[in-house]
Design a protein around this ligand. Structure first.
Ligand code: ARG
Length: 456
């Protein structure tokens, strides 16, 4: 491909370090699509003959079928997917193949292929996240009324509904999808025609190739076009953010599945055993989702570091852009599928959740709010009075649900003879009707909105 200037070929190690075909063969479909678009444009502009073009198109279609059937051959001497395909094209159609690279460089070629690949990957991730959201909504609907403890500092704080908790993850996934969509939108400009770095002297039509590859238009600056990897970095930051959300849910499932919590039971299909402890049921899939999030962050860091010191335009370091993107994609797609499966199939032990929800004086805020609402007390004072009630009931080993009027009056005499507030966990969640609150009423509304969003 560049042998004209050299007396001998590269040494073995040079060949090995230079070869990207072991991983960039994943770009084969995009590479063929890019070449087809380029050839069509070259012929339309009279840069190659239409006979050459049709030979190229036929050859590329044959290669497409070959790769589909047998995979991409990994020939290190040919370096990368671009040369492997072009070499095969030459074998198939002869001289016209050698005209395909007119007004093109592997620099704009790879930038184009990679953008197309990331665009398709985002489509797949979006489909996965949508299914994850649907599953969350389905389970939230089943459990709009189920009560669980809400935590702060991992201490029981206030009762919430399980549906509300699950819908929190729906919201995270919604933002994740919107970030990916934003990334897809911003990446959708074509580098093709930037050639090596400076553009070309041939009368090419960059708008035409951009259009036939589904891009919104050509990138404006040839130097930027071949050296920009923002789209890959953005993809990795979106992936990292998504993985982080999945990891938080995974962590909750791991806690919830533990004996001290006992909030969930994972079905056999989502559990693993221990080779020594026969009683064990381990939440390995959730642990791996949590672990994969670390690896995905590592992929992001890897490419950030690769790019941060590179001068314009292309440097071979940039060949290392693909493995972290491929790895992050694979890990994320699998993590989304695993979390979807776990959320869809877990059984929630709602009695246990309710018991824990009513422990730890979780409705103390309700008592304070009642003092404010019904007795006109300033909140700070109500907080203090409630704190004294909690202290007294704790000393007697009872919960707030069992508090009597006399208990209240003992702490705050003006309360003598009052009607007791509802300090049940059910009463508590039902009262949290502020927008975005945990009341079943609001959760059902949120579910209805989500269903509409998912249909759209
Ligand atoms: N395999 C290369 C890559 O992935 C293609 C671009 C090669 N360009 C070059 N000037 N050597 O980055």
């Amino acid at each position: 491909m560049w042998g004209g200037r050299f007396g001998e070929g590269p040494g073995d190690i040079m060949r090995e370090i230079n070869a990207s075909i072991p991983f960039d063969k994943r770009l084969w479909q995009e590479d063929i699509a890019g070449s087809k678009a380029h050839a069509q444009m070259l012929a339309a502009k009279g840069i190659i003959s239409s006979a050459d073009e049709s030979a190229i198109q036929q050859g590329l279609s044959t290669i497409h079928a070959e790769y589909e059937a047998n995979g991409v051959p990994e020939d290190w001497t040919l370096e990368d997917i671009h040369m492997v395909t072009e070499t095969r094209l030459r074998e198939l159609v002869g001289e016209p193949a050698a005209r395909l690279h007119t007004a093109r460089s592997r620099n704009d070629q790879v930038a184009t292929d990679f953008r197309l690949w990331v665009r398709a990957a985002i489509g797949q991730i979006d489909t996965g996240l949508r299914a994850f959201q649907s599953t969350l909504v389905m389970r939230a609907d089943e459990h709009a009324e189920s009560i669980m403890p809400g935590f702060t500092h991992l201490q029981v704080a206030q009762p919430v509904t399980l549906g509300h908790h699950l819908m929190a993850y729906y919201e995270m996934a919604k933002r994740d999808r919107s970030r990916f969509a934003d990334c897809a939108n911003r990446l959708n400009h074509s580098p093709l025609g930037a050639a090596a770095l400076a553009g070309t002297s041939f009368p090419i039509d960059r708008a035409a190739t951009a259009k036939s590859l589904g891009f919104d238009g050509p990138m404006a600056n040839s130097l930027d076009a071949v050296s920009d990897r923002d789209f890959a970095l953005e993809f990795l930051t979106c992936a990292t953010q998504t993985a982080l959300h999945l990891s938080r849910l995974a962590e909750e499932m791991i806690l919830w599945a533990s004996q001290p919590f006992g909030f969930i039971a994972l079905p056999d299909a989502w559990s693993t055993g221990s080779s020594i402890m026969p009683q064990k049921r381990n939440p390995d899939a959730a642990e791996l989702v949590r672990g994969h999030a670390g690896r995905i962050m590592g992929c992001m860091t890897s490419l950030m570091v690769t790019m941060k010191g590179l001068p314009l335009a292309y440097s071979k370091d940039m060949q290392d852009d693909k493995p972290p993107v491929f790895e992050a994609y694979d890990l994320l797609a699998l993590s989304i599928a695993a979390m979807t499966g776990m959320v869809g199939n877990v059984s929630f032990k709602t009695e246990r959740m309710r018991d824990v929800a009513s422990s730890g004086f979780s409705t103390a805020t309700d008592l304070a709010d009642w003092l404010v609402r019904e007795h006109g007390m300033p909140f700070r004072e109500a907080h203090h009075v409630t704190g004294s009630v909690v202290k007294a009931t704790e000393a007697r080993g009872i919960g707030l649900e069992a508090v009597s009027v006399d208990d209240l009056a003992a702490v705050h005499p003006p309360l003598a003879g009052c009607t007791l507030p509802d300090l049940s966990v059910e009463g508590s969640v039902a009262s949290r009707t502020s927008a975005g609150g945990t009341a079943p009423l609001r959760v059902r509304e949120a579910i209805a909105v989500a269903r509409k969003e998912l249909e759209a």
